[in-house]
Design a binder for this molecule. Structure first.
Ligand code: PLP
Length: 391
């Protein structure tokens, strides 16, 4: 059977063949398999050198010092380390976040609420934007941390991190940014933005699953309390033997992302336009969370189809792999909390599908997807209202 067309790059990406090749060299006896913490022999030194090269590659993509990179198991762990680590020992800490963050942030903040922290859940506008003045108004004397995502995983909308960072630096409040969907897709220059903590993941950028990083600013120095204790790796912030092959994969993936960023952006923007142009003749299609002024990444399109349930549409679209809500939420039938968070009704949220494009997407795939969508939506609409008599 032919595989369905993959249009779910926001859920995860395939590992780039270059990345897979680099990882393969760090596994077997003839490769760089040593423990990077082994100081007494060349196996360890070689592995350490590979890990430090990857650290530089990750740092280069976001323009920071390699010493500001802490390896983790992914953006979920980075979010946990950043948020729990920043408020640790401050039981009355006030945190500001939004109600459309990734679950890794939402659930961490909700758990901290049960531990005595106070959380303000900002409501973004229709485009998914949280404004600097909204953030500023939420600050209190007890505010320790603001946590906001740079690019939303369901909507593709962008947060004005630079402007919000300036407000927070003035007020002496820590700023954590989840950049899992932003890295490799938009420019992140940490020399130009006041961000203190920033979460990254490899598998959204053509690297392997199970590896990520947390940027922890050195100047001014930011302290995060370790959440995993052990051998004192990563300057005590995250213990555990470093997975050399995973780290090398993330490094290579981030180096590739840096090289390809501009070209890839153009490629995906062109495919996005091609897809939307073909859907143009179909009535009742709306692009969620997008207006003319709003910043967005090209790869994520959240579309609602009037009169058509997303679940039925997905069943009809067996030859395309897409997602309704976020991948984590799609096991349940509850409407996406992100779409509700930008003001969509339950009904509207149930009619939304996310199409996400990436490095390996082609014009043929987009054409096929558009024709399948049109065919399926029209078929579903024609059976929508069965005759009143019958049975
Ligand atoms: C995917 C994603 C995460 C989780 O990253 P993992 O590496 O899978 O743990 C966190 N935040 C955002 C915005 C994401 O898109």
């Amino acid at each position: 059977m032919k595989k369905p067309v993959y249009l779910d790059y926001a859920a995860t990406t395939p590992v780039d063949p270059d990345v897979a090749a680099a990882m393969m060299e760090c596994l077997t006896l003839d490769g760089v398999f040593g423990n990077p913490a082994s100081r007494s022999h060349g196996y360890g030194w070689q592995a350490e050198a590979a890990v430090e090269k990857a650290r530089r590659e990750v740092a280069e993509l976001i323009n920071c010092d390699p010493r500001e990179i802490v390896w983790t198991s992914g953006a979920t762990e980075s979010d946990n380390l950043a948020i729990k680590g920043a408020v640790s020992g401050k039981p009355n800490a006030h945190i500001v976040t939004s109600c459309i963050e990734h679950k890794a942030v939402v659930d961490t903040c909700a758990w901290l609420e049960t531990q005595g922290c106070q959380v303000t859940w900002l409501k973004p506008d229709r485009t998914g934007a949280v404004t600097p003045s909204q953030v500023e108004e939420a600050l209190t004397d007890n505010t320790v941390l603001v946590s906001l995502m740079m690019v939303n995983n369901e909507l593709g909308s962008c947060t004005d991190v630079a402007a919000i960072g300036s407000v927070l630096r003035e007020r002496g409040v820590l700023f954590h940014v989840d950049a899992a969907q932003a890295a490799g897709k938009i420019l992140i220059d940490l020399k130009q933005m006041f961000v203190d903590l920033l979460s990254l993941s490899a598998h959204k950028v053509y690297g392997p699953k199970g590896i990520g990083a947390l940027y922890v600013r050195r100047d001014p120095a930011v302290r995060v309390e370790a959440q995993i204790h052990g051998g004192g790796h990563e300057r005590g912030m995250r213990s555990g033997t470093l997975p050399t092959h995973q780290i090398v994969g993330m490094g290579r993936a981030f180096a590739l992302a840096r090289e390809k960023l501009a070209e890839e952006c153009r490629h995906i923007e062109a495919l996005r336009k091609r897809f939307l142009d073909q859907l143009e003749p179909l009535p009742g299609v709306s692009l969620n969370a997008v207006d003319k002024s709003g910043a967005r990444v090209p790869g994520i399109l959240n579309l609602s189809f009037a009169g058509v349930e997303a679940e039925s549409l997905m069943l009809g679209l067996r030859e395309i792999a897409v997602s309704s809500g976020s991948a984590c939420a799609s096991a349940t039938m509850a409407p996406s909390f992100v779409l509700k968070g930008i003001g969509l009704s339950d009904e509207q949220a149930h009619r939304a599908l996310r199409f996400s494009l990436g490095r390996f997407s082609t014009a043929e795939e987009v054409d096929f997807a558009a024709s399948q969508v049109i065919k399926t939506v029209e078929a579903l609409r024609s059976v929508r209202r069965p005759p009143a008599q019958g049975r």
